[in-house]
Each structure stands twice: as C-alpha cells, then as structure tokens.
Design a protein around this ligand. Structure first.
Ligand code: ADP
Ligand code: MG
Length: 340
C-alpha cells in the first residue's frame, strides 16, 4: 500500500482533505469547516454539548483496533451522550493530535469511519483542530444537539417506584475487549500465532464498533414518552445505576434473573475464567441506554422487536440491592470501570 508522509501534505492539506469528505446536511449548520469558527443556528431553546477524549494506550490499542472502527467509535460515543439526554445530535467537532508514525492514508481511513458514523446518524462534522503529537494519537470529539428543557432526560429526576430499564444486552463489549487482549498477548508470545476471532464476532464487534441507540430515542418519541431519568452505559451498569440513584436521592432493587446477558457472554466468561455477572454489571463501553419510567407508562408500550428489558425499580430507601437468582439479596458496590 502507498504511504504518504503527513509532512508531504501539511496541516492545511490534511484539513482540505477532511473538508472535501464532509458536506453540510443539517439545516442548523450555518458554517462548517473553513472559517475561524463554525456557526450553528439552534432550532430549540437548549443547546446540549458533550465532549470525550480518547488517548492511544489508555482508551484504545491500535494493535487490534482498525482505524476506521476507531473513527466510527470516536463519534459514536459522543452521539450516545446526546441521545442519553433524550435528544438527537446534529453536529460534531473533532480534534486530532497525530504523530508522524501515521500516514496520510491512515488518517483517511480514520475519517472514513468518522464519515460513516456521521452519515448513519445524520450529523455534520463542522470543525476541529489538527495538530502533531510527539507520540501516539489523541482524539477529542464534541457533539451538539438541541432540545427544550421539558424534553430532556437527566440523571436526577428518577422517581421512587420507577421501573429501571436497559436497552440491548450487557457484558458483550467487555468480554470482547478481554478476547482482543488475550489474542494480542498470544500473538506477542508467538508471532506465528494467527488470532482467530470469528467465533467471538459479536463480542469483538460490540467492543470495536458499538452502536449509539438512536432507535430507542426514536421509540420514545414515536410513543410520546420521556424517561424520568436516563444515562448511557459507558462505565458499566452498576456505576451508571449509582449515578442515577445518587443524583436522584433514591435506592434501587434489581434482579439478576432479569439481566439481559447473551449465551456468548456466559460461555466466553467461563472460558476466560471471569464471572459473567461481573462482566454484565461492571463491564464498560456498552453504550446501551439505562433509563427509568413509571410502571404505568411501561405497561402501555408495545415492545415487539424493541430491545428494552426491565431490571427492577428505584426505591425510596437508599439501599442498593441486587436480588440473586436464588433469592438472596446483596448490597451492591459501585465497581465502575475506570482507567486509573
Ligand atoms: P485556526 O488556525 O484559525 O484555528 P485551523 O487552520 O486550525 O484554523 O482550521 C481551519 C478550519 O479547519 C477551521 O474551520 C477548523 O474548524 C477546521 N479544521 C481544522 N482541523 C480540523 C479537523 N481535524 N476536522 C475538521 N475540521 C478541522
Ligand atoms: Mg485551529
């Protein structure tokens, strides 16, 4: 494959290349890439903003992360933060710091993933910054959405007796990460070793290419409902449950038997010698939505084909309880997934 050095193209060449890939599609985008500042025209009274940084070696490992997937995921994790407010993202700003170990072709690949995410979610890339770094790749992305104060779902408005629900299933992204790390270590020990990931496709895919749950927000909208509280699962179910319950001054009771855990997560956890319950409760990077609704609202929903599972409910007492399959109740600890 061709390799074009970054300095052959220069910073402005790179920006020009990025600009040529992205077209303005949203009405609220007034000015995109090319001036000192982007300009947006909010269609509502609230502007929602959310930012995330991804650092090579901390948040991603390029030995098993294709750049296209990384570009996609960098956008997706930000969009997820806007969706989790019950809002649609409309624009993103994305900054990159790159060392000269990356070629222009590598940057292209990264932006192919960015573009894929933007098109999938109908979001405009309206600006950013491009700079060099001494080592490795750093990405910082900011997503923007517009809403009304009454329409957003926050962490601090869960109500006692609200049903706690989650989209999709749990633990896949974490178990996928462990598989990728295992295969990498095997390869480092024996470079002749050929990683075989096909058996773990669903797990690895959720780690490398998570979905942002736009479909769930569309479902809320089409049913004219709004969750009392909502958060996206970036650090693990238990950690996010603690965020909502602490912000809302409530306790909760959830049931192990209700947790949506796939057979693959269970069998692969066994293979990896970890507890699948740990993966489901503490595994990060799921980007599923965790939210709460009054039971009466939930009961009226037509859920055919919609991946929403009730796990338990919030309580007036501030006890945080997990009821195991055998009926035993344990007090939950917030063992959120953190990088430190
Ligand atoms: P300035 O020096 O005024 O900060 P830049 O040369 O950094 O301007 O950027 C010029 C234009 O290109 C701006 O509109 C900026 O938002 C955009 N831009 C720069 N880097 C990126 C990038 N990585 N992705 C998208 N837009 C970018
Ligand atoms: Mg700049």
């Amino acid at each position: 494959m061709n390799r074009t050095e970054i300095n052959e193209l220069g910073e402005f060449g790179i920006i020009k290349k990025i600009k040529s890939k992205f077209k303005k599609t949203r009405k609220s985008t007034i000015l995109g890439i090319g001036d000192d500042s982007a300009a947006v025209s909010p269609s509502n009274s609230l502007v929602l903003l959310s930012s995330d940084m991804l650092i090579e070696g901390i948040h991603f490992d390029l030995s098993y992360t294709p750049l296209k997937h990384l570009g996609y995921k960098s956008v997706i994790i930000n969009l997820s933060d806007i969706y989790s407010m019950n809002c649609y993202p409309k624009q993103i700003i994305l900054n990159i710091a790159i060392s000269n170990k990356f070629s222009v072709e590598a940057i292209d690949e990264f932006y192919e993933g960015v573009k894929y995410a933007c098109e999938e979610h109908k979001v405009d890339l309206i600006g950013g910054d491009t700079t060099s770094s001494l080592s490795g790749l750093t990405i910082s992305c900011t997503a923007i959405g517009y809403s009304e104060e009454d329409d957003i779902s926050k962490r601090d408005e869960a109500i006692s007796e609200d049903l706690i629900c989650v989209s999709g299933d749990l633990g896949r992204a974490y178990v996928g990460l462990l598989i990728l790390q295992r295969e990498k270590n095997n390869f480092l020990k024996n470079p002749k070793f050929q990683p075989s990931l096909s058996k773990y496709k669903n797990l690895v895919e959720k780690q490398l290419r998570p979905k942002a749950r736009k479909d769930i927000i569309e479902f809320f909208n089409s049913n004219k409902i709004k969750p009392n509280s909502m958060i996206d699962i970036s650090d693990g179910l238990s950690s996010e449950l603690f965020h909502i319950s602490n912000s809302s001054n409530l306790g909760f009771k959830i049931f192990e038997e209700k947790l949506p855990i796939s057979d693959e997560v269970i069998s692969t956890s066994e293979e990896l010698n970890i507890k699948y319950l740990d993966a489901a409760l503490n595994g990060g990077e799921e980007y599923e939505l965790l939210f709460s609704l009054p039971i009466s609202v939930y009961e009226k929903l037509k859920l055919d084909g919609i991946e929403i599972t009730p796990l338990g409910h919030f309580t007036e007492s501030n006890k945080k309880v997990l009821v195991l399959k055998d009926g035993k109740e344990i007090n939950m600890e917030s063992k959120g997934w953190n990088h430190f």
